[in-house]
Write a protein that binds this ligand. Structure first.
Ligand SMILES: NC(=O)c1ccc[n+]([C@@H]2O[C@H](COP(=O)([O-])OP(=O)(O)OC[C@H]3O[C@@H](n4cnc5c(N)ncnc54)[C@H](O)[C@@H]3O)[C@@H](O)[C@H]2O)c1
Length: 332
């Protein structure tokens, strides 16, 4: 029997789940929830659902619908509320990144899932982009030995990155959650402490902090220096540009080209898509499959809620450090 799914937030990024949800024999979308009637109608046509399977949030109590799990693809300020609804109705949860817009609500979500014996995961699908996987493989196979330090750059246009809605720290909370999650995934070590500066240069008039310099001390002693800036200079992709220095060599990622000791290593998508394409529908399918295995067994993915708290703390630790002017130690 396919697992029954309710999707909450069906427009915007929510549309990138359609490929996985309509091609996987293991799942069946049985209800859709959104705040926008027109978006609901359009999505209902895609999933071939009648209008009585479409629910307006927050007017209806969609938590009472019988289903196995919820995919929440609404903006992060709703994730905590939606999670509590899903868990109170006994449903597992796959939520898009970031887990929540606040550190304390993220922790509550993970705790609540655990207390109820439900599975929760955060769809950090960009972990599976081929260039990220290639850098991970090179490091994990020991090609450059012990990693000493990493420079990671994320350049956005001159207005910087503002996220899906006005928020205080769009770059770190909605953007850099991907980048900090890559670091843990690629080097296989968690952050120990962080210090950071978040600010806006004079030409940013829009809401929210759009520039950050962040330095992590990782548990394996590696230091990571992240620059996320609003700049006229060439934009980087969501995979970032990297310089990874190890005791036996250097890995660079420059505009999605991977270099090992200055020699380019071939990396491609299986389907010949351009390497800089994020191919989100394909990556979401990988995440969905892993989440289904998690529900059906005990294989906890690296992006489970509990694991993902370690990435979320890197984000909120950096914010705390910038606001206090002090180094933040993970677990404080
Ligand atoms: N690669 C990625 O993982 C990736 C990429 C883009 C966006 N995202 C994440 O997706 C989320 C949504 O971003 P977006 O840009 O698509 O936002 P959006 O504003 O387009 O919202 C997405 C959908 O949610 C609906 N919605 C909004 N509030 C709702 C509510 N309270 N209840 C039900 N539906 C609601 C909207 O009507 C819309 O259909 C963000 O958290 C963002 O971080 C992830």
């Amino acid at each position: 029997m396919p697992l029954k799914i309710i999707q909450v937030g069906v427009g915007g990024f929510g549309t990138s789940w359609r490929h996985a949800l309509t091609t996987s024999p293991d799942v069946e979308v049985i209800a859709l929830v959104d705040i926008d009637r027109d978006i609901l109608k359009e999505a209902a046509d895609v999933f071939n659902l009648s209008s009585d399977k479409c629910y307006l949030n927050p007017d209806t109590n969609w938590a009472e619908i019988e289903a196995d799990f919820v995919i929440d693809s609404t903006p992060q300020l709703h994730h905590h509320t939606n999670a509590m609804k899903a868990f109170s109705g006994g449903k597992h949860l796959l939520v898009v990144k970031p887990m929540s817009d606040q550190w304390k609500t993220g922790k509550v979500m993970v705790k609540e899932a655990e207390n109820r014996g439900l599975k929760m995961a955060v769809a950090q699908q960009l972990r599976y982009h081929p260039v990220i996987m290639k850098m991970r493989d090179l490091i994990q196979s020991g090609e450059i030995g012990e990693v000493g330090y990493i420079h990671q750059d994320a350049f956005f246009g001159s207005p910087g990155y503002g996220g899906s809605y006005p928020q205080p720290y769009p770059l770190l909370v909605q953007g850099a959650i991907h980048f900090f999650d890559y670091i843990r995934w690629i080097i296989g070590s968690n952050a120990k402490s962080v210090w950071a500066e978040c600010w806006n240069p004079s030409w940013i008039n829009e809401h929210g902090c759009r520039c950050s310099y962040v330095v992590f001390e990782m548990k394996n002693n590696c230091r990571v220096c992240f620059r996320g800036v609003a700049t006229e200079s060439e934009n980087t992709n969501w995979t970032c540009n990297w310089h990874i220095e190890g005791e036996k060599g250097i890995i660079k990622l420059i505009n999605d080209h991977v270099f090992l000791n200055d020699k380019e290593i071939a990396v491609s998508w299986d389907d010949e898509t351009h390497i800089s394409d994020l191919n989100l529908p394909v990556l979401n399918k990988i995440v969905l499959d892993e989440f289904i295995s998690y529900i059906n067994g005990d294989k906890e993915p690296g992006f489970s809620g509990k694991n993902n708290l370690k990435s979320l703390e890197m984000v909120f630790g950096a914010i705390k450090s910038s606001e206090t002017g002090c180094r933040y130690t993970m677990g404080e």
